[in-house]
Ligand binder design. Structure first.
Ligand SMILES: C[C@H](C(=O)O)C(=O)SCCNC(=O)CCNC(=O)[C@H](O)C(C)(C)COP(=O)(O)OP(=O)(O)OC[C@H]1O[C@@H](n2cnc3c(N)ncnc32)[C@H](O)[C@@H]1OP(=O)(O)O
Ligand SMILES: [Co+2]
Length: 134
């Protein structure tokens, strides 16, 4: 069911510092920061040949990455995003297998303007999983 790895997201306490590490130290192509108020994050995209890295920083009240950064003060890998062809079919299959869909269970529009859903990390080997319909 899952297809390509769309991105790996890293929560960072200092977006500017993380941007410099990826642009200057690692020599990657890095975007300007983009605010995603609907998702409670500011995102910097790192473009790699075969996938993307997203550097995430909390935006606004009750950001979903606030708690994670409290527990991981230097930052850390926050989630992986897999592509699916049909997000509703994927959701219904996962629900029927007992996986917990986060939020209200309805897809939201993600940073790439495509529908996304998140799956509970406790149901996926301790890793928060995002699905994106491509
Ligand atoms: C825009 C963009 C895009 O790509 O389009 C995005 O991705 S936006 C990305 C940001 N959006 C999201 O993350 C939306 C979905 N996330 C959520 O609904 C929530 O963050 C959540 C339910 C995963 C976690 O909620 P919370 O912060 O209140 O955490 P809790 O403290 O209750 O966590 C419950 C247990 O899950 C663990 N836990 C929490 N977050 C993570 C994580 N990222 N990876 C692995 N484990 C995690 C905690 O350590 C804890 O384990 P223990 O009990 O053992 O200590
Ligand atoms: Co993401």
């Amino acid at each position: 069911m899952i297809g390509r790895l769309n991105h790996v997201a890293i929560a960072v306490p200092d977006l500017e510092a993380a941007t410099i590490i990826y642009r200057e130290t690692l020599g990657a192509k890095v975007s300007p920061p983009q605010d995603e108020p609907e998702n409670g994050v500011t995102v910097v995209f790192v473009e790699l040949d075969n996938t993307k890295i997203e550097l995430l920083h909390p935006l606004g009240e009750n950001s979903p990455i606030e708690g994670f950064l409290k527990k991981n003060a230097s930052g850390g890998i926050h989630h992986v995003c897999y592509e699916v062809e049909d997000i509703i079919a994927a959701r219904d299959r996962l629900k029927s297998k007992g996986a917990r869909i986060l939020g209200d269970g309805e897809p939201k529009i993600g940073a790439h303007k495509k529908p996304v859903l998140f799956l509970h990390p406790k149901d996926f080997s301790g890793t928060l999983v995002e699905l994106e319909q491509v």
